[in-house]
Design a binder for this molecule. Structure first.
Ligand SMILES: [Fe+2]
Length: 381
């Protein structure tokens, strides 16, 4: 038996932040990062809170790849202030931190129901509607994905006003993260009709609007569309899960601090090739692997098709490479110029073990061996 539901209420479109005036909570802890807290952006959140006569305090110590120590500082802050809701403002790190802080604080002292309202300031993680949070053990450089339905936000507010100032490189990285979420949800072994419907819409939007948002950050229409796509893809992978792409990208983030969306984007052509086996297909297989048909459908949504399914999947790989080049995302680790060859190859064995153990990898459509993962990491160099 399968089931599908959307726990999070979503507010979106023009003036979506006005929702903060009416939220059914009175004592709010805003959790954000210092950049947002010290810029005028925070007023987009605090002004409606004040209009709605809400009492609030701000915890502004969120850092990228939230480490356990910062989560524990947030837990102390929450237990000292005892809010009836958390408003998380930021990218995936702020929202993931807020989920973990609420979860752990209430385990330490369950003083009552605490709402969680997620307000993303990038169009990427979809964290505003998922039950996942990633916490980093910075000492051992390991990322731990936490999963619990209790961590899902009660409300998500999607207001494109907050993403207008996102610089092109981050628009590119986060946008490719959206695309990867949607694509992995479409081919996952947990895929289902409901998740696929949402993922396919996200893919269609990425095809039309990602490059537009990258080229002109002030294109409000494109920004709004990508903000919706991010949430749609989040809903999709929350139900269908992800795959090897994320399993391998997490290790590149943990060890080499490659931004999450960028790591996903760079791996994507390699993972599509592996999952569909398009390079060896004609020699070794009589039948297509299951992912081939799904990838071909995605290619068709993007307006790509060729005279057979394998060539259509090849055109999807070409499209991804085209997007990477257009948006100045390196195609290989060596092209980045920031990681030494020796250091990278030394880490491959360890990264391969961690990628195979990563929860995302379990739902990949093709079961990878350690040798497969090592070969992909080597190819990525
Ligand atoms: Fe992601």
């Amino acid at each position: 038996m399968k089931s599908f539901d959307i726990k999070t209420k979503i507010f979106f479109g023009d003036n979506a932040l006005d929702r903060l005036e009416e939220i059914p909570y009175n004592k709010i802890l805003v959790i954000t990062d210092p950049f947002i807290a010290d810029s005028s952006m925070i007023q987009l959140v605090t002004v409606p809170l004040e209009k709605g006569h809400k009492q609030y305090d701000i915890f502004k110590d969120v850092v990228p790849d939230p480490p356990i120590e910062k989560i524990s500082e947030g837990v102390q802050k929450m237990l000292a202030y005892k809010p009836d809701a958390i408003v998380a403002v930021g990218g995936g790190s702020a929202i993931d931190s807020s989920k973990s802080i609420r979860e752990f604080a209430l385990r330490v002292e369950n003083y009552g129901d605490v709402g969680l309202i997620a307000i993303p300031t990038t169009s990427g993680t979809g964290s505003e509607v998922t039950s996942f949070a990633v916490v980093t053990d910075s000492k051992d450089r390991v990322k731990y994905p936490l999963v619990s339905r209790d961590m899902m936000p009660d409300e998500a507010i999607l207001d494109a006003e907050l993403v207008k100032s996102v610089p092109p490189a981050i628009t590119a990285d986060t946008g490719m993260d959206v695309f990867t979420h949607a694509l992995e949800a479409c081919v996952s072994i947990n895929r289902n009709e409901f998740a696929t419907a949402l993922a396919e819409k996200a893919i269609e939007i990425c095809g039309v609007f990602l490059l537009r948002a990258y080229l002109d950050g002030n294109d409000t229409h494109a920004r709004q569309k990508m903000h919706a796509a991010s949430c749609l893809a989040g809903l999709a992978f929350n139900s269908a899960s992800l795959g090897l792409n994320h399993g391998m990208a997490h290790q590149l983030g943990a060890i080499f601090h490659i931004p999450h969306g960028r790591a996903n984007a760079m791996l994507l052509p390699h993972i599509i090739e592996f999952n569909s086996d398009i390079n060896k297909h004609s020699k070794s297989r009589k039948e297509y692997l299951p992912a081939v048909k799904k990838y071909a459908t995605v290619a068709q949504i993007l307006g790509l098709s060729s005279y057979n399914k394998i060539m259509t999947v090849r055109s999807l790989v070409n499209w991804v490479q085209f997007m990477l080049k257009e948006m100045d995302i390196p195609l290989s680790i060596s092209q980045m110029g920031t990681i030494s060859e020796e250091e990278y190859f030394r880490a491959i064995d360890r990264m391969a073990d961690a990628a195979l153990a990563d929860a995302c990898t379990a739902t990949n459509p093709r079961v990878p061996s350690k040798e497969d993962v090592i070969a992909i990491y080597k190819d990525l160099w």
